[in-house]
Design a protein around this ligand. Structure first.
Ligand code: ADP
Length: 179
């Protein structure tokens, strides 16, 4: 999968590809509360970054759901990894929407505090954590649009979809946000 497809609504870019290959200042990891690695995008990021990432995460000692922590990117092309913990979907009345929005907001705040000018996000919570895709995409696009206005120095805000299904959901949410 290459980043050959690109959609841009003026605030956010959408690409189909692998987040570990993104040449941006920071990539965001959909981590778990232990920060000790897992499957999905988390596993891919740890494999690509090398063992020093795990050692650094171990020293941080975990991260609550909805919050974010920053580390170096080590062997990744990205200078930083911002680890955020999305909510596990439990039917929708356990604060999932607010916690997912917090992931995007806190990640963008940490990016801003660290001088990041370009950032790439995966589709947080929509894999193993089973957050409904269309709903997650709407929340992501809304939060990233707000953050783009709040932090104008962050020139590139990119969502990296790893599947066609994810790409379609984010494209739809981005198109709706233009109207
Ligand atoms: P969560 O536990 O937050 O649901 P997952 O890693 O299971 O996290 O899934 C989040 C999203 O990341 C899913 O859409 C999954 O397909 C995607 N993903 C997995 N590997 C990669 C990768 N290398 N680059 C970008 N996205 C990825």
């Amino acid at each position: 999968m290459d980043d050959h497809e690109l959609f841009d609504n003026g605030y956010t870019q959408l690409v189909l590809g692998d987040i570990t290959r993104q040449r941006v200042d920071a990539i965001v990891n959909a981590a778990n509360t232990s920060l000790l690695g897992g499957g999905g995008v988390d596993g891919a990021i740890h494999r690509a970054a090398g063992h020093r990432l795990m050692e650094t995460c171990r020293r941080i000692g975990g991260c609550p759901t909805g919050e974010a922590r920053i580390t170096p990117g080590f062997n990744l092309p990205a200078h930083y990894v911002i680890h955020t913990v999305g909510p596990i979907w439990r039917g929708g009345d356990h604060d999932e929407d607010r916690l997912l929005a917090s992931c995007y907001r806190n990640s963008m705040r940490i990016a801003h505090e660290n001088g990041v000018r370009s950032i790439a996000f995966p589709s947080i919570s929509t894999g193993i954590y089973q957050f409904p895709l269309e709903r997650a995409a709407r929340i992501a696009v809304e939060e990233l649009q707000e953050a783009a206005e709040r932090y104008p120095e962050i020139k590139v805000i990119r969502v990296v979809a790893f599947s066609r299904e994810t790409w379609d959901a984010y494209e739809h949410a981005m198109e709706e946000s233009i109207d």
